[in-house]
Write a protein that binds this ligand. Structure first.
Ligand SMILES: Cc1cc2nc3c(=O)[nH]c(=O)nc-3n(C[C@H](O)[C@H](O)[C@H](O)COP(=O)(O)O)c2cc1C
Length: 190
C-alpha cells in the first residue's frame, strides 16, 4: 500500500477484533511518530503504549465514542480496542506542540492502516482519571489517545451534502461526509 492509498482508505474505526497487535508493530507505530516533523525540531512528545488487558479496560472507561451517533453509543466488550497509544507532551512551554501531536498522530494512523489495523484518535477523554490510571506526572500534558485494533467495522467516505455528521446505515456501515475538493481548493486565485 502506498501512502496515498493509505490516506484514501483510512477511516476512523471504533469496532475491533479481539486479536492482539504484536508489540513490535505497536513500537513501529511509535517509531513512525518519533520521526514526524517537529517545530524547531524540539521533539516535545512522548508515547505511552497500553496493551495490557486489565489496563486497557481501565483506559476504555475514560473514553467517549462517536458523538454524532444517537442514541449514545460505545463499543461492546467484544469490540473494544486491544491497544492504545497515549500522546504525551513533555515540554509544556512549547507553543507548537499541538501541531507536533497532530503530525505524529497521522504517522501512527497511516502506518497502522498500511498494516490493516484500524485506529481512532480520541480527544474526548476524562484526562484526570486517565492520568491517575497511567500514573502520568502532573508536569506532562496528556493530549490524546489513539485506539487501535484489527478492524471489525466498515467505514466509508462520501461527498458532503450539507451535514458533517457521520451516520450508520442498516448494515452498520459508517458513512463519513467529506467536503468536496472543488469547495476547498483555490488555484492561483481565491
Ligand atoms: C482531534 C480529533 C479528536 C477526535 N476525538 C474523537 C473522540 O473523542 N471520539 C471519537 O469517537 N472520535 C474522535 N475523533 C475521530 C473523528 O470523529 C473522525 O476523525 C471524523 O469523524 C472523520 O472521520 P474519519 O477519521 O473516518 O475520516 C477525533 C478526531 C480528531 C482529529
Amino acid at each position: 500500500m502506498n501512502v496515498y492509498d493509505a490516506i484514501l482508505s483510512r477511516r476512523s474505526i471504533r469496532r475491533f477484533q479481539q486479536k492482539p497487535i504484536p508489540i513490535n508493530l505497536l513500537k513501529k507505530f511509535v517509531n513512525a511518530a518519533r520521526l514526524a516533523p517537529s517545530a524547531a525540531n524540539l521533539q516535545p512528545l512522548e508515547f505511552y503504549i497500553v496493551n495490557d488487558k486489565e489496563l486497557c479496560i481501565k483506559v476504555f472507561e475514560t473514553l467517549s465514542w462517536a458523538g454524532y451517533i444517537k442514541p449514545k453509543w460505545t463499543p461492546i466488550i467484544e469490540e473494544r480496542p486491544v491497544a492504545y497509544i497515549v500522546m504525551l507532551v513533555r515540554d509544556t512551554a512549547n507553543k507548537w506542540y499541538l501541531r507536533d501531536v497532530s503530525l505524529a498522530s497521522e504517522n501512527i494512523i497511516l502506518t497502522a492502516e498500511e498494516k490493516e489495523i484500524g485506529s481512532c484518535i480520541l480527544c474526548k477523554i476524562d484526562k484526570q482519571k486517565l492520568r491517575e490510571i497511567l500514573k502520568i506526572p502532573e508536569e506532562v500534558i496528556l493530549d490524546s489517545v489513539i485506539a487501535l485494533g484489527y478492524k471489525a467495522e466498515k467505514s466509508v467516505a462520501e461527498d458532503f451534502t450539507g451535514s458533517v455528521e457521520y451516520w450508520r446505515d442498516e448494515n452498520e456501515v459508517l458513512h463519513v461526509p467529506k467536503r468536496k475538493l472543488e469547495e476547498l481548493l483555490h488555484i492561483n486565485k481565491y
